[in-house]
Design a protein. Structure first.
Length: 387
């Protein structure tokens, strides 16, 4: 009897142990999300540019002679018409005087020929001279007139050559090194004596792609952006303090590179831009446009393209392939397969897979916050158990 009671007690204890509750399922992992929204963004076009002088002239000797004066310091600023070089003028001044004498002689001969012509014309009317004599007088007059025109042309040439012995600055600018010293014989074959450049303003040449050309047209078509903002950055990251203006679009695309050449003009009073300097150019609209944005931290990429992980209202993870357009350093413009209000995982990506459950919280990380704009409210619940 006692044995039966012991067996019954053991069975009861065994059954009681079997009726213990199973352990609770693990809580879904927490991930940080941002809510997709439209926000302002300035779609920029980057390019590499080369600074060039607004004007530049190579000074050359247009007549031959010994250089007798150099009237500037290398590297100094010069004014328009300032005398820079002088070539020995003695020979050319003598040529002017000789041409003036020849012209005076030709004019005297012309005066005599005109007088003879008028006399023969009067005699011919009274039948007091022959037709032959009149024709000779007329020919002498025409020849004398031609001699005067020839002497005038030679005098103009002589004066011009004398003027060429004085080489002056063609505009306000900045003169470089002199390639010759005084005392040297110079002529046209000597080549450049010195270069004068105009550096205020400065030109910056750069190229953009065909896709960028379409974007530029969008900038200009927008009524808020009648003009495009052009800015420069130096190689060390310093931003040039003054904006430029586009002054030139080429009239054809380079078939080899698929690019279009543009030129912008920048004020340069402090001579911070120098000819030949490489700079980074940025084109952007003056007013940002509103686009659907995502932080780059949310984007992933594989052979199928860009994609993100979305969290549905019931806390389920969903993979979503996207189409993106412009990107800057922080955000991408999404053009398809995403809508405002969608919640996109930005942190904890290693914890998720399509179909898994998560607990989504709005990210407070400033690096993933969208630019200031009206953002839709995130849903209050996500179907997962909140704590």
């Amino acid at each position: 009897m006692i044995r039966m009671f012991l067996i019954a007690g053991a069975a009861t204890l065994l059954l009681a142990g079997c009726e213990k509750e199973a352990p609770a399922p693990a809580a879904p992992p927490q991930v940080e999300v941002i809510t997709a929204a439209e926000a302002p963004i300035a779609e920029t076009i980057p390019a590499v540019g080369v600074a060039k002088a607004y004007d530049e002239v190579n000074l050359v000797a247009r007549v031959e002679g010994y250089l007798v004066n150099r009237n500037f310091k290398e590297g100094q600023e010069v004014k328009k018409d300032q005398l820079l070089y002088e070539i020995e003028p003695v020979l050319y001044r003598a040529q002017v005087e000789a041409a003036e004498a020849e012209l005076a002689k030709a004019k005297a001969n012309l005066a005599n020929a005109v007088e003879q012509y008028n006399r023969q014309q009067t005699l011919l009317k009274g039948d007091a001279t022959s037709e032959r004599a009149f024709q000779n007088a007329e020919a002498d007059k025409l020849s004398a007139e031609a001699d005067v025109r020839g002497c005038q042309a030679r005098l103009e040439t002589a004066n011009q050559n004398l003027e060429y012995t004085r080489i002056s600055a063609p505009f306000d600018g900045w003169v470089g090194l002199s390639a010759v010293s005084t005392g040297n014989l110079v002529n046209l074959e000597t080549g450049t004596l010195a270069k004068v450049v105009k550096t205020d303003p400065m030109r910056v040449e750069f190229v953009i792609t065909e896709m960028d050309i379409l974007k530029m047209h969008e900038f200009r078509k927008d009524g808020r952006n009648p003009d495009v903002k052009v800015s420069l950055t130096f190689q060390d990251g310093t931003v040039y303090p003054t904006e430029g203006k586009i002054s030139f679009w080429n009239n054809e695309i380079n078939n080899t590179t698929g690019t279009l050449k543009l030129q912008a003009v920048f004020p340069n009073p402090d001579r911070k831009l120098l000819p030949g300097m490489f700079v980074r150019v940025k084109l952007e609209p003056r007013q940002p446009s509103t686009k659907l944005l995502l932080p780059l931290a949310a984007l992933m990429n594989d052979q199928a393209g860009d994609y993100v992980y979305l969290v549905t209202p019931d806390g389920t993870v969903k993979r979503q392939t996207l189409k993106t357009a412009f990107r800057d350093d922080s955000f991408a413009v999404v053009t398809d397969n995403l809508k405002p209000g969608d919640r996109v995982v930005v942190k904890g990506l290693q914890k998720v897979r399509p179909g898994s459950k998560v607990r989504a919280v709005e990210s407070a990380d400033p690096n993933v916050q969208l630019p200031k704009a009206a953002k839709p409210e995130a849903p209050k619940t996500d179907g997962a158990k909140q704590k």
